[in-house]
Design a protein around this ligand. Structure first.
Ligand SMILES: NC(=O)c1ccc[n+]([C@@H]2O[C@H](COP(=O)([O-])OP(=O)(O)OC[C@H]3O[C@@H](n4cnc5c(N)ncnc54)[C@H](OP(=O)(O)O)[C@@H]3O)[C@@H](O)[C@H]2O)c1
Length: 231
């Protein structure tokens, strides 16, 4: 059976992705602090900002993937903080980089030995991986690095039969967006796509499912933003 190992499937895009893959016959393993409540999903609780998170979960993770024919590893969990160049502290910056960058690298290293040809490593990036807005310094820099990590992964994995891609969502209707954008500004945000609405997390899940199935997109940055309108 193919296996999806995903970070942050307790809500939002991760939840929708867990559902999409589970319904397609994958076993699904979620790594996050809260659980994913989809029946049948295996939850391995962890805090990805903890530099030693892998020590506590490594044996459970390996055991849960023992029979996987192929693995799709999706790096989805992330932290979006309000910060700027002038005020960001080193500990806060490290904490964002820990979950957004270091945890994916650690999970790659841990799972690669068990990833057979046909497996994939998918990164959930952001439109802010290729441009910047004010007030999201740590997030913008980390999402730029996510694209770099995906490209480096592609080069290092050449010949392995494991492919990779980075899906960059636009404004998607999730907790992260609702926590970041005041409710009265949300209608204006929805108008920033060519379709005049927010993206449903299930649409990003579909893009991730497509990327897992199609190694021809190896090394690609895929924008999934309904056509973001630039101002
Ligand atoms: N929503 C958007 O508009 C948008 C746009 C561009 C990119 N994205 C990207 O999409 C991805 C998913 O975000 P989302 O919008 O679906 O947000 P979300 O609904 O808030 O989900 C974030 C997930 O990350 C997990 N997470 C957060 N901190 C964690 C930690 N310390 N340890 C382990 N897991 C942690 C959360 O699980 P727990 O709280 O249970 O730990 C949750 O499952 C992120 O990479 C985000 O940057 C989102």
């Amino acid at each position: 059976m193919p296996c999806l190992a995903i970070t942050g499937a307790s809500s939002g895009i991760g939840y929708a992705t867990a559902k999409r893959f589970y319904e397609a016959g994958y076993s699904v393993i979620n790594l996050s602090r809260r659980t994913c409540d989809i029946a049948g999903v295996i939850n391995i609780t962890c805090d990805l900002t903890d530099p030693d998170f892998i020590i506590n979960i490594e044996s459970d993770l390996s055991a849960s993937m023992e029979d996987a024919e192929t693995i799709c590893l999706v790096h989805n969990a992330a932290r979006l903080a309000h910060d700027t160049i002038a005020e960001v502290s080193a500990p806060d910056l490290r904490s964002v980089y820990e979950i957004n960058l270091v945890a994916p690298a650690v999970l790659n290293r841990t799972l690669l030995p068990t990833m057979n040809a046909g497996s994939s490593i998918l990164y959930v990036g952001s439109t802010l991986g290729e441009k910047a807005v004010p007030g999201s310094f740590s997030y913008v820099t980390s999402k730029h690095a996510t694209i770099g990590m995906m490209r480096a992964s592609c080069q290092d994995l050449a010949g392995s039969g494991v492919h990779t891609a980075c899906i960059n969502p636009g404004f998607t209707d999730t907790e992260m967006l609702r926590d970041h954008i005041p409710a009265d500004v949300m209608p204006e945000i929805a108008q920033m796509s060519a379709y005049g609405r927010l993206i449903d997390p299930a649409e990003i899940a579909n893009a991730l499912f497509f990327a897992a199935q199609n190694p021809v997109i190896n090394g690609s940055v895929i924008n999934a933003n309904l056509g973001q309108i630039e101002r």
